[in-house]
Design a protein. Structure first.
Ligand code: ZN
Ligand code: ZN
Length: 401
């Protein structure tokens, strides 16, 4: 990229972000832009259908924990009233958030050349993986994530305005941007969930989302960067024309985790997850896969008062059955009781039990109960006791607002 191209990229990102200010649903203000032949040929934000009242004026319309009143920015971009469909063809799209799968299909249908997004997984239903993108959109679909420091970006642009010929230069001042954390961010709650495999961690996240549907909740897994590492290795192997691939199996994750920690130090994975969790603009962050005392130190550093450690227990026989049944990792379905027991002895798994004494609360998920009545009740008890949140009250408060 030449200096000029880099400047244009920054200006176009700034314009795209500023358009989100016009979004009319304050659960998420989001925008999208299309660039073609160096020019912005389309700019949109999320809002109600033309002529319909806005969330800002009459409140949200909640269905399944999502506001359903507005149309997404990317869909609005494709609306022919906003952007000439011919111009959208072959354009480069910018989205300052994580686009949902429907919107990606919408854009792919408009034959855009490439899509670039910034922001981390604030859309939990869709975490784009290279495999998923290839499967749905084919080999040539270009979807890229980029990291943007908005303070740095706007500072650079404002400084140019204070430089020779700039508008602020004529006015005789410079604007200096300062990043100040919001009060609200301090309220973010971090819950690290500890439990051996098959104890019911994922079920707990899902029940929590269901019960507290008005809260924004995300799950960050210690295994995410490991899986991303496996994807990266597989991409390299594919580029070299080699047939071998690494499976996303537990032993491979454990090997990669061990090697990375030898090279980059014990804190590497914890630090990575910490950065991602801090960037995530949600009410509750669940950390999944905590196994080491160092991980817990990281949690306390994130937010002393608002961090909690939740331990989930279930007997080994029950866990073994669950792992075989859900079979979400290669080899799980065929696993023998002996293999399962051997895995429990492995370093990372065996450490889990030693963390039990540090937990703020325990959930007992040993009952074989398909409707999870007991687990549901325990989650509500945990939240009432430790967080002082009542699901109904919170729901009403949000719906009225
Ligand atoms: Zn809304
Ligand atoms: Zn969307």
């Amino acid at each position: 990229m030449t200096k000029r191209e880099k400047l244009r990229d920054r200006v176009h990102w700034a314009i795209t972000l500023l358009a989100s200010v016009m979004g009319s649903c304050d659960r998420l203000l989001i925008s999208a832009s299309a660039e073609k032949d160096k020019r912005i040929v389309g700019l949109s934000y999320n809002g109600s259908l033309p002529g319909r009242p806005h969330c800002d004026d009459i409140g949200h319309y909640m269905i399944n924990g999502h506001c359903s009143r507005t149309r997404h920015a990317e869909k609005n971009l494709r609306d022919k009233e906003n952007t000439d469909p011919e111009k959208l063809k072959g354009s480069h799209i910018r989205v300052p958030g994580t686009p949902c799968l429907d919107c990606l299909k919408e854009l792919a249908g408009g034959n855009v050349a490439s899509i670039e997004y910034t922001g981390y997984y604030d859309n939990q239903e869709f975490q784009p993986t290279p495999e998923m993108i290839k499967e749905i959109f084919g080999e040539n679909f270009k979807l890229e994530h980029c990291d943007i420091d908005w303070v740095e970006l706007f500072q650079e642009l404002f400084d140019r305005l204070s430089g020779p010929g700039g508008m602020f230069n004529q006015l005789g001042y410079r604007i200096k941007l300062v990043k100040e954390p919001l009060e609200k961010n301090n309220m973010k709650i971090y819950i690290a969930v500890i439990g051996q495999s098959g104890s019911g961690k994922t079920t707990t996240f899902e029940l929590f989302k269901e019960i507290y549907s008005s809260l924004k909740i995300s799950v960050h897994r210690f295994s995410n960067p490991l899986d991303e590492m496996i994807d990266a290795v597989n991409r390299i192997l594919a580029r070299r024309g080699l047939q071998d691939r690494l499976e996303k199996s537990r032993p491979n994750q454990q090997d990669i985790s061990t090697e990375l920690r030898i090279i980059f130090g014990e804190e590497l994975l914890g630090d990575t997850l910490q950065k991602r969790a801090e960037k995530d603009l949600v009410d509750v962050v669940f950390l999944d896969g905590v196994r080491r005392p160092a991980d817990i130190e990281m949690l306390r550093k994130l937010s002393g008062e608002n961090s909690l450690l939740l331990y989930i227990l279930a007997p080994p026989e029950e866990r073994f059955e669950r792992i075989k049944k859900r079979a979400d990792r290669p080899g799980d379905a065929e696993k023998t009781w002996e293999q399962f027991q051997a895995e429990q002895e492995a370093e990372a798994e065996s450490l889990i039990e030693t963390l039990r004494s540090m937990a703020d609360f325990e959930l007992d998920n040993s009952l074989h109960d398909p409707e999870y009545k007991s687990l549901r009740a325990q989650i509500v008890k945990f939240v009432n006791e430790k967080l002082g949140l009542n699901p109904k009250e919170k729901e009403e408060e949000i719906n009225v607002a």
